[in-house]
Design a protein. Sequence first.
Length: 307
Amino acid sequence: MASRLRRALLAALVTASVVVPLVGAAGPSEVPAPAPVALGPVRVAGLEHRYAANREGIRAAEAMAARHGDRKRARALRKMRGASRHFLSFDGRNGGRAVEVYGDLGRATRIAVLVPGSDTNLETYGRFRDGALALSRQLGRRTAVIGWLGYKTPGTVSPEVLTTGRATGAAPRLASFVRELNAAMPRARISLLCHSYGSVVCARAARGLNAADIVLYGSPGTGYEDVRQLHTRATVWAGRGGADWIGGVPHVRIPLLGTTIGLGTDPVSRRFGARIFDAGDVGHSDYLKSGSGALASMGRIVEGRDA
């Protein structure tokens, strides 16, 4: 009976995911943008040059969005190119990619890499930035926070959010970025904080990753049955807020039309085998809000303390 109920719920979710996007399907990916600035691997000695070059790239994307008549995108980009903003990379095409630093990366002994979940793009970037800033304030001077929007995230209501497809494409880029950080700052302690569908991306990138922690929060599942399948030496943590609707998502994997629907074992279950941290009573979008228990717990993890 329970199995049939799960399948029925998942079927309803699949139906909604397929039908809803067909209504008013125009999206941020349609806004034209120039090719990104060509830059090599991240190097501490070249950070200021890199920040300046990406600022000019954002300025060019803003001008193109304005010519296209997309005032919302142009306003978002105008904020992003502010003198106090520090981007390691930027690409305004196809929904947008951006990797932003909060804090002094060159002097950091600890680095937290935030990997976002669904519906994160240049139009919604402000809420992603708010969380990164809150975490940065929580951690202090010797820790840098990096917001890694390095992939085209799926929509919350879309077929893609029910499969590992987007994550499989994004994972090599995340793994490559972490390797760049390892090479540039070999003594820094790196933690990945992976929200919602971002936890699927982190799980796909985990094999062989040189990171101290992989933190899954608000996760619908990872596409794996347990932490052993991640093949990582990092400590894998999981937490879910008491008011997070993601807890009601069926944790199943069902073959359907040549793909697999669903993301498998609940990361906060004993079966999955992650270390559980206290996320309090937060909702799905509130983990990194100032003053939340989840923010405090993840701050302790990044600092190498018990959560």
